[in-house]
Design a protein around this ligand. Structure first.
Ligand code: MN
Length: 379
């Protein structure tokens, strides 16, 4: 059985992955998270890992105290995070951290020859070219954990690239489906966090409400499957039963379906290419007498086209809009801006900042910080 290291182990994807590993007896060698030391310590003990990292260095001593009497090595900060991601005997890194902090560990793990189970969108949105080039050079697999990308990955398996006309990404439409942009002016954080189908972390739930999440997923899909953005369609599918599709040259459409539960794609990424029984209930078609499909509303949800245009412009634009979005979402969550300010702030950042600099890892971080600074200064 493949050995796994998990970064972001106390988040939504991380905790589900931990329970899958326990249930399936998948060995976990190392864990990392940002702040939640009590849960991290519990996970570390129950999984008997070799090392843990707490990203917030101020919490290291407290974590050491929680793990005293064990042989578990305690690390902290970026250095510790990179060590958990890349050093050690694991075969696969599950990257389920939120935000740009996920990019460097992905690159370090690829460099060390580890396969990547990828749940961190920013890795591909901001650093897609670096990541995919490195993965190809090292011959490592990038296994998508995101439900849509896992679906597409499954649909594409064993097919020739030239047979694929397009990718059709499904979007739930989020909690504000059917609303006009004006009606979204005064939505509250509570409204926005109330996602109809998926239970996820706060950042991604807001991204789902603005459809930024779907825009980021278009960029992710373009990198993962080496597909031009013009060949990636979006269809709003309220029930989230069809997780995504591909259209072939003869117009046959292949889809992957199931109940909306992240445990299925998480488990597949960890056991691939093997399939194992999963504790998620089987899909009962009669529970869903009608499945609906709509065009996305690009006026109410401008974040979709913001992302698509950023990918068309290329270079550092996706990193810029991603950085601006991270800051805008944090500002919305802390009551510093309106929901409808999120796309406005990202657009203003994209129009104001100079991205005419080389596409390097340093500049990916530089433009991200510049975009965040721009948003803070323009709230
Ligand atoms: Mn998704």
């Amino acid at each position: 059985m493949k050995k796994v290291a998990i970064i972001g182990s106390t988040g939504s994807i991380g905790t589900q992955a931990v329970s899958i590993c326990l249930e399936k007896g998948i060995p976990v060698t190392a864990l990392a998270t940002g702040n939640n030391i009590s849960m991290l310590a519990k996970q570390a003990k129950i999984l008997s890992v070799k090392k843990v990292c707490i990203y917030n260095t101020e919490l290291k001593a407290d974590l050491e105290a929680l793990l005293s009497g064990t042989n578990i090595e305690v690390l902290s900060g970026e250095e510790g995070l990179l060590s958990v991601a890349a050093d050690g005997e694991h075969d696969i890194l599950l990257n389920s951290v939120v935000g740009m902090v996920g990019l460097k560990p992905t690159l370090a793990a690829i460099e060390a020859g580890k396969d990547i189970a990828l749940a961190n969108k920013e890795t591909l949105v901001a650093g897609g070219k670096l990541v995919m080039t490195a993965a190809e050079e090292k011959g490592v697999k990038i296994l998508p954990v995101d439900s849509e990308h896992s679906a597409i990955f499954q649909c594409l398996e064993g097919r020739k690239k030239e047979d694929v006309n397009k990718i059709i990404l499904t979007a739930s439409g989020g909690p504000f489906f059917g609303k006009t942009f004006e009606e979204l002016e005064n939505v509250t954080v509570e409204n926005a966090l109330n996602h109809p189908n998926w239970s996820m972390g706060n950042k991604i739930t807001i991204d789902s409400a603005t459809l930024m999440n779907k825009g980021l997923e278009v960029i992710e899909a373009a990198w993962l499957f080496n597909m031009d953005v013009s060949k990636i369609d979006i269809v709003v599918h309220r029930e989230s039963i069809v997780h995504s599709m591909i259209e072939l040259s003869d117009h046959a459409v292949i889809a992957e379906l199931g109940v909306p539960d992240m445990r299925i794609p998480i488990q597949l990424a960890l056991t691939y290419p093997d399939r194992e029984n999963c504790s998620v209930k089987p899909l009962s078609f009669s529970d869903y007498p009608s499945l609906t499909f709509y065009k996305p509303d690009r006026e109410s949800f401008p974040c979709l086209d913001i992302c698509i245009n950023a990918m068309k412009k290329g270079g550092l634009y996706p990193a810029l809009v991603n950085g601006a979005n991270e800051e805008a979402v944090a500002s919305f969550l802390s009551g510093k801006c309106k929901f409808t300010d999120i796309p406005k702030l990202i657009t203003a950042a994209a129009e104001s900042l100079n991205v005419n600099i080389p596409y390097t890892l340093d500049n990916i971080y530089y433009i991200t910080e510049e975009a965040k600074r721009f948003v803070r200064e323009n709230l």
